[in-house]
Ligand binder design. Structure first.
Ligand code: DX5
Ligand code: ZN
Length: 216
């Protein structure tokens, strides 16, 4: 069983002050920083690319957990690695040859993650399990922060935890979307050990307390 890690998502930060957001994340004690890269095609929104990863890398040593919500993410793996990502998560739905690219991410010395949207069954990940360090179960339809968690997605977390156990593996299971103190408890019970948290992090004045409670 992996210890719980919280990964605050800068998608919910004040975009005019990323430096301040990094300082808030560091001060909270969260060991990860989640970066949602969106291309306006895989998801109906646009955010940022490698330049922001590079800029944030210069400001912090926390684990940069880069979530690529873009079509054919393989086109950008090298660039995000060079920018300083520690982990790169690609979407199962966005690459036919995801096994090859997950192996490529690991080959660069980074943690490899695979993500699925709510419509994708968790069985789709079965053949990829030996090749990943993290599986990310989207608990909202991606594109925007501040949405409500879709409870049915947590059934996939349970199934995935069983698949992991049966395979004798220990990759992380991350949940992303609509995580707050209440839903985090349910997600942890289902088997999630990595919690991406956007709006509920940046809107909480006691970020240190929040991280402590979520990681206990
Ligand atoms: C959704 C993003 C999430 C989002 C989480 O497309 O992938 O990472 O930032 O934000 P909240 O916690 O506000 O749902
Ligand atoms: Zn994300």
């Amino acid at each position: 069983m992996n210890e719980t890690i919280v990964s605050p998502s800068i998608l919910s930060a004040d975009f005019s002050d990323f430096g301040g957001a990094v300082r808030e994340i560091e001060a909270s004690g969260a060991p990860y920083l989640h970066m949602d890269v969106m291309d306006g095609s895989f998801v109906p929104n646009l955010t940022f690319g490698p330049p922001l990863v590079r800029a944030i890398r210069k400001k912090t040593k926390v684990f940069l957990d880069v979530h690529l919500m873009i079509v054919q993410p393989s086109r950008f793996i090298n660039e995000f690695a060079r920018a300083g990502a520690d982990g790169i998560t690609i979407h199962y739905e966005a690459e036919v040859h995801s096994q090859k690219y997950l192996t490529e991410i690991r080959g660069l010395g980074l943690k490899a993650g695979v993500a699925i949207v709510p419509a994708t069954p968790v069985s789709a990940l079965e053949e990829l399990l030996p090749f990943i360090d993290m599986a990310l179960i989207m608990t909202v339809n991606p594109g925007f922060g501040g949405q409500e968690l879709i409870p049915e997605c947590l059934e996939k977390v349970k199934k995935l935890a069983e698949m992991r156990e049966a395979a004798g593996l220990n990759f992380r299971i991350s949940v992303d979307g609509g995580i707050n103190e209440k839903t985090a408890e349910i997600a942890k019970k289902a088997g999630a050990d990595t919690l991406v948290i956007g709006s509920a992090f940046f809107s909480n004045p006691d970020k240190q307390g929040l991280i402590k409670r979520l990681q206990c």
